[in-house]
Unconditional design. Structure first.
Length: 488
């Protein structure tokens, strides 16, 4: 079954492992991304130079953003970048298509470098400047943008890295000469140049490999959620007594006094403090630099989790469990195929260690997207069309499985904690079914992480007379009821 790079190009997974690359899926993006801090903190001179090159370009952008009346066409040339889908990493639930870094990103970056981050590249508190700094404020730039931006700025390295593997290990009929845009920046002409590489080529596109030791999962080492969580701790330890007094006095005035205040209200107040005192960001980054020895080991653990759960386990279960029972020779209708794959996923999560995918530091992430990615990865070697619902009816649903126009089934994934779960179960898929006129009932899949969530779901199902419905499937992702020896 062709699932991963090693399958499509008929090379040993061990060969890719020994080269240091991640064995990506060429069916769906995997939830990994490049963390620029791992470049900064690496002992490898090549990675350190990549980080320096990133910061050099950011200094250039800052200088340009401070210029009066910058030409909009130059903003497009310098601040926007094409989507790099060929590394098959990121946050896409189906396939490998993202959004790229367009004009909205360019405007936000230009604005931030011209205001809150006017000192970028001239920091005196931290050991270095950091690209991730740009996602620590709320306006316009998120972690997805930082990941895409980093990938674009080291594109020459990734292409060269992949080319070396291809020329050494692949036959010529699997390699194609590819001209890639915006690979190197010429500071004399202030323009991006194009380069040609010999790269792995399949299904009408080239592929880029990425070294494992610059990848992480979920959050980069320097990240906004942690800044919000640790802001009061950082503020309380500021070495500048005047700044410390100002920040803490401001926090006392704006933080909710109610001990039952919602987490969002507290985070909104801290966001205001970050906006008023952005210099605290540098003190947070300094703490992360000082804790940097942990970054590599934590990233390695997270990448290993993805490999175990998305690569190793899926590959083993396909070849050892599904193929022997004729799973891929299924000639049933779309409903049968869709349900069998849901039940397979249920078995992986409940009985084979797959629940660990949804946990970081022993805490559940509770994200529908991880479940959706796993489900998409079960659709190999099928004649069915498996796609995201876009405009087929009155709104998007997670998946549509079809055998032509007359045979289709909708699949919707929900978390038990979803506050709109009951309303969605009652109305959502029925609306889609009426609009799409499928031949089969929709499947509703609910993921729960605690006994309390299970009780909530059971109460809802009972109220809706769905407790015995064969079309509603519950998946138990609890961590406290799984055997310690689960297969991973």
């Amino acid at each position: 079954m062709a699932i991963f790079f090693s399958d499509f190009f008929n090379v040993s997974p061990d060969l890719i492992e020994d080269y240091g690359a991640f064995n990506i899926s060429l069916i769906n993006d995997l939830p990994l991304f490049i963390d620029p801090f791992l470049l900064f903190n690496s002992e490898k001179p090549t990675y350190q130079q990549l980080h320096e090159d990133i910061i050099q370009y950011m200094r250039f952008l800052k200088d340009m953003s401070l210029s009066d009346n910058i030409n909009p066409h130059l903003v497009d040339a310098w601040f926007t970048f094409p989507e790099i889908k060929q590394n098959w990493l990121g946050f896409s639930i189906t396939g490998n298509r993202g959004h790229g870094l367009g004009r909205d990103f360019a405007k936000a970056l230009n604005k931030n470098l011209n205001s809150v981050f006017r000192n970028f590249g001239e920091e005196t508190i931290t050991r270095s400047s950091h690209l991730e700094k740009l996602c620590l404020v709320r306006e316009g730039i998120g972690r997805d943008n930082i990941s895409d931006f980093t990938t674009n700025l080291i594109k020459n390295f990734l292409a060269t890295y992949t080319q070396k593997f291809a020329l050494t290990n692949l036959p010529q009929n699997q390699i194609k000469r590819i001209k890639i845009k915006k690979v190197k920046f010429n500071y004399n002409t202030r323009s991006w140049t194009h380069e040609t590489f010999q790269l792995p080529y399949i299904n009408g596109d080239y592929v880029l490999l990425t070294p494992k030791d610059i990848l992480t999962k979920d959050e980069s080492w320097i990240n906004r959620p942690e800044l919000l969580k640790r802001f009061q701790e950082i503020a309380g330890g500021l070495p500048n007594e005047v700044l410390r007094a100002q920040v803490n006095e401001y926090l006392l005035r704006i933080l909710p006094n109610d001990p039952t205040a919602k987490k969002k209200d507290i985070q909104d107040a801290i966001t205001l403090a970050i906006d008023k005192f952005p210099e605290v960001i540098d003190h947070y980054i300094l703490v992360k630099e000082e804790e940097g020895e942990k970054a590599t080991s934590i990233a390695e653990e997270r990448v290993a989790e993805v490999k175990a759960l998305f690569v190793k386990q899926i590959h083993e279960l396909v070849n050892e469990y599904l193929k022997p029972i004729g799973f891929y020779q299924n000639t049933g209708n779309s409903y049968v195929e869709a349900k069998e794959r849901v039940l397979f996923l249920k078995d992986v999560i409940e009985n084979k260690g797959g629940h660990r995918l949804f946990y970081v530091n022993n805490k559940p992430l509770e994200r529908e997207s991880d479940l959706q990615i796993l489900y998409r990865l079960t659709w190999y070697a099928t004649f069915s069309d498996i796609s995201r619902e876009v405009n087929d009816g009155r709104g998007p649903v997670d998946f549509k499985v079809s055998h032509g126009k007359a045979d289709k089934t909708l699949v919707e994934f929900k978390l038990a904690k979803n506050s709109f779960l009951e309303k969605n179960l009652e109305k959502q898929c029925e609306v889609y079914e009426k609009a799409s006129d499928p031949t089969h009932p929709s499947l509703k899949v609910i993921l729960y992480f605690s006994n309390q969530e299970l009780r909530k779901v059971n109460r809802i199902l009972k109220r809706l007379n769905l407790e015995d419905s064969p079309h509603t499937i519950l998946i138990d992702a609890r961590d406290d009821n799984k055997p310690s020896g689960s297969k991973a």
